[in-house]
Design a protein around this ligand. Structure first.
Ligand code: ADP
Length: 497
């Protein structure tokens, strides 16, 4: 297949969230599966004027945006140590800026204009670079116009008429809503501005537009694909998602095993693998206890947490259980995170009262994140919602048992320990349903009980997690199938693989 991936963020060139990780890993995996891949992203300052080898293609762009022709250029670079091309849609007025979407918590005023330009440039690049894709893979609201532009403006063009589209929703909470006046910027007929297509309560909604017009839609886990069709997690788009349920699916993200593999990880004090994890993890746990001045006792359960200090991540529940357990038990906690001030304050106060049972670092540290994943016995993630989640997968890859709320990608990756799942060897963690501190405490208690009194079964859980393949290779195969299915549907006939 010939696949074109359009994204507003791609690792290692520009990143604000998980979207960038997916769009960085997937092209290389698809390439290894034998597919032709081209990638397009905006020419941000971080890539055009950064440390990458960026070349001119010699192709100039003239893109209609809101009745004017806006000039730009197509530049090109490659992924490091790869020959997969990444085309950059450059226009310094739009993209040579400090950040991707805004500064100091305020979105750039012209985001609609910037991304209309980018979306239209992606479609022009097909022709100008003679890319001939079978499918364009769009990602989140920033590429939500591509499917409708293709249908409305390019449909009768032989170069374009067979191109299928897929849009991936990485987090439904971000939808690209703009005042209705932004509709004029798109250049599309106002007939599309209705509540069944591009309008969302008087606003232009670019994610909704993508959902309505793409040939297929997916999210980053199967359970999240179901959950977003309901009112609780649908963010107002549940109706349109239900309407498209027949082409909506979920594919779990993978983890980057060049960075997150305990056998070769240079950031942890001892390496280990599925065959010899007990020795390695003992060293990593001691090191973590030492780092934070916790009692160096290998029998005391150590609970790790890494992540944004955001309501979504279930901090209200964690804090309640933590406070109770810090007072009543010898169980140790190590927390790394940054985010909402109220959680900073609450954690600091707990730390001041229990410095020998709680290790706390309020900030961002990739090194410490690796050391926590390697050194903790269990990892807590009671998210309110979780499109996919990476930390629970890192934990399992590092032999750390996750305790999670059964939602989104957490539900799809963590198999709760029960007699049955332990029996059939699938159990790899603990999970619970209701978003309450009582349920979190009950799940954590089950974990601590097993850790302390049933090492045989505990080791089975660790083994199940550490032995499973969490890599992108698995996810890329699922995308390969989805692309093929989408292309076949679009063509209305089978094509040879
Ligand atoms: P989300 O994308 O919702 O924040 P994920 O679990 O999908 O949650 O991914 C979070 C990623 O960010 C992980 O790679 C995690 O290790 C990293 N991370 C989050 N907070 C920190 C921090 N304070 N220090 C280091 N890494 C962090």
């Amino acid at each position: 297949m010939n696949i074109m991936i359009a994204s507003s963020e791609i690792v290692p060139f520009a990143k604000t969230g998980g979207l960038a990780d997916v769009c960085g890993a997937l092209p290389q995996q698809l390439n290894q599966l034998g597919h032709q891949v081209s990638v397009l992203m905006p020419g941000y300052r971080s890539v055009v004027y950064g440390d990458f080898d960026v070349q001119k293609t010699g192709i100039e762009l003239e893109i209609p945006v809101g009745g004017q022709l806006v000039s730009g250029q197509l530049l090109v670079t490659t992924f490091p140590e790869s020959d997969i091309k990444v085309y950059l849609v450059a226009n310094d007025d739009y993209f040579d800026r400090e950040s991707l979407y805004g500064e100091k918590g305020v979105d750039y005023q012209d985001n609609a204009e910037r991304f209309v330009f980018f979306n239209r440039a992606v479609l022009e690049a097909v022709r100008l670079l003679d890319l001939r894709p079978d499918l364009i893979h769009c990602n989140d609201w920033q590429t939500g116009l591509i499917p409708v532009l293709l249908k409305a403006e390019y449909d009768s063009n032989p170069l374009y008429e067979k191109i299928a589209t897929l849009i991936t929703i990485h987090n439904l909470a971000y939808q690209g809503n703009f005042p209705s006046s932004a509709m004029s910027l798109t250049g599309l007929d106002w007939k599309y501005f209705n509540h069944l297509q591009m309008e969302f309560f008087d606003q232009l909604n670019l994610l909704k537009t993508g959902i309505v017009f793409a040939d297929s839609i997916n999210t980053v886990s199967p359970t999240y694909a179901q959950e977003i069709q309901g009112e609780e997690q649908g963010c107002g788009l549940q109706g349109v998602l239900q309407d498209r349920a027949d082409v909506l699916s979920g594919i779990l993200n993978g983890i980057d095993t060049t960075q997150w593999n305990p056998a070769i990880d240079e950031l942890i004090p001892a390496n280990f693998s599925a065959d010899d994890w007990p020795q390695g993890k003992t060293v990593c746990k001691k090191h973590l206890q030492d780092l934070f001045g916790l009692e160096q006792n290998s029998n005391v359960p150590l609970i790790g947490i890494v992540g944004r200090l955001a309501t979504q991540k279930g901090w209200s529940l964690i804090l309640q259980v933590m406070q109770k357990w810090l007072e009543a038990t010898d169980i140790q906690w190590v927390v790394l995170g940054t985010g909402a001030p109220e959680f900073h304050t609450a954690l600091t106060s707990l730390y001041q009262n229990h410095p020998h049972k709680l290790g706390l670092q309020l900030g961002f540290s990739n090194e410490l994140a690796h050391q926590i994943e390697a050194g903790a016995d269990m990892f807590v993630m009671p998210s309110e919602y979780e499109p996919c989640g990476l930390n629970q997968m890192y934990s399992m890859a590092y032999g750390t048992v996750p305790v999670v709320r059964r939602t989104g990608g957490l539900a799809d990756t963590v198999v709760d320990a029960s007699l049955e799942t332990i029996g059939d060897g699938t159990a790899n963690g603990f999970s619970f349903d209701s978003f309450t501190a009582a349920e979190l405490e009950a799940a954590l208690s089950r974990a601590v009980e097993m850790y302390r009194h049933d090492k045989n079964n505990w080791n089975k859980l660790v083994n199940a997690g550490i032995q499973r393949d969490w890599s992108w290779a698995v996810s890329a195969k699922a995308y390969e199938s989805l692309y093929l299915e989408t292309i076949e549907r679009k063509l209305g006939q089978s094509i040879a693989r």
